[in-house]
Design a protein around this ligand. Structure first.
Ligand code: MRU
Length: 346
């Protein structure tokens, strides 16, 4: 599979696979404009917390490389404003804010080198964020792999695979590494209403990688766990609070509650950049509310409910730390209440 997002270094363009078109079509697109970048992230053409962060960093560079400001002050002002604007596209995935902050900080640190010098540094920073994502996710895979035994069946929710990052993904990384090492692993993928990231993306990428995958509707998770067939649940995260509470795709909380009921380990896989040490608890995490048409119309031939129906459409929910067996990061596997151990290295 090709990377999800990357930099076309020759032409200074953000390149990405438009995930709204998968699995029917693998369309590779480019972007060099802030307004377009906002829209790409908002409509989920680039989605998944790590991919949003990398895409935003590369996209910010692609746009900034074309800024015509001649003074450093003017350039930095335009950069900060653009970063603020892109950051408002999706509120929950902290990797977006993390990557944009990192880009702006790098530009500020290069002040004195002239606009061209700052642009060159931004290119380096965007490339570093991209490369680190590949390495980080690989390490998450390495740390998570021993938790998967040969012959295991794993359940996942949403898409936290390669499409949600640059190459390996987070929750699916341990599965990819286990498979590479000769373990037989199969996966149950929740379809993940309303935007079907599980059905459209997780099933696609696992099937393309030759990993056995079974699709189920979200309301079938309890039923399969009751049979005793599921050995572990692996999910990603969009923002993890300091106390270990983890926001992830809507429906994850239900899966965690069911897993607890049946005594099935529930693992959250995420890079440390997804941990928001400034957020004390999951109660403080802002949950993105999305357009009601995603529930009533998208993926149906026509509106499928009464015209007067009110719609509740939060994109994420928060799984409390006590339901999480462990958080798998690039620095190792932590109990949710041990996260503070890595705070100073974050
Ligand atoms: O709305 P999305 O598709 O961006 O939501 C994605 C998720 O919730 C993923 O599970 C999460 O970002 C972890 S990605 C490695």
């Amino acid at each position: 599979m090709t990377d999800t997002v990357w930099l076309d270094e020759e032409n200074d363009l953000l390149m990405y696979i438009d995930q709204t078109r998968l699995p029917q079509e693998t369309k590779i697109c480019s972007c060099k404009d802030m307004v377009e970048l906002f829209d790409i992230i908002k409509r989920l053409s680039i989605r998944g917390a790590p991919a949003i962060g990398v895409g935003a960093a590369i996209g910010l560079y692609a746009a900034a490389s074309r800024f015509e400001d001649e003074s450093e002050d003017g350039f930095l002002y335009s950069l900060r404003r653009s970063a603020q604007y892109i950051n408002s596209s999706r509120p929950t995935a902290v990797n977006l804010a993390w990557a944009l902050k990192r880009m702006v900080k790098r530009a500020e640190a290069e002040a004195g080198k002239g606009v061209d010098g700052i642009k060159a540094a931004l290119k380096q920073e965007a490339k570093a964020i991209y490369e680190e994502d590949i390495e980080t996710c690989r390490k998450i895979g390495e740390f998570g792999e021993p938790l998967i035994k040969d012959g295991a069946t794993v359940l996942t929710h949403c898409n936290a695979g390669s499409l949600a990052a640059v190459r390996y993904g987070t929750a699916l990384a341990p599965i990819y590494v286990a498979t590479e090492r000769g373990k037989r692993v199969s996966v149950y993928s929740d379809e993940t209403r309303p935007l079907l990231q599980g059905a459209r993306l997780t099933v696609y990428e696992l099937a393309e990688s030759g990993i056995p995958v079974t699709l189920q509707c979200d309301n079938m998770a309890a039923s399969i766990m009751a049979t005793g067939k599921i050995d572990a649940v692996f999910v990603g995260a969009d923002r993890i609070a300091k106390n270990g509470d983890a926001a992830n795709k809507i429906g994850t909380l239900g899966v965690a509650i069911i897993a607890k009921h049946f005594g099935i380990p529930f693992y959250v896989c995420a890079p440390i950049s997804t941990v928001d040490f400034e957020c004390e608890s999951g109660k403080k995490i802002v949950i993105e509310q999305r357009n009601e048409r995603e529930v009533t119309e998208m993926h149906y031939k026509s509106r499928m409910t009464h015209p007067d129906a009110k719609v509740y459409n939060p994109a994420f929910d928060v799984t409390p730390a006590e339901l999480i067996t462990a958080i798998i990061t690039e620095k190792g596997v932590f109990k949710p209440d041990e996260l503070h151990q890595i705070e100073n290295n974050a």
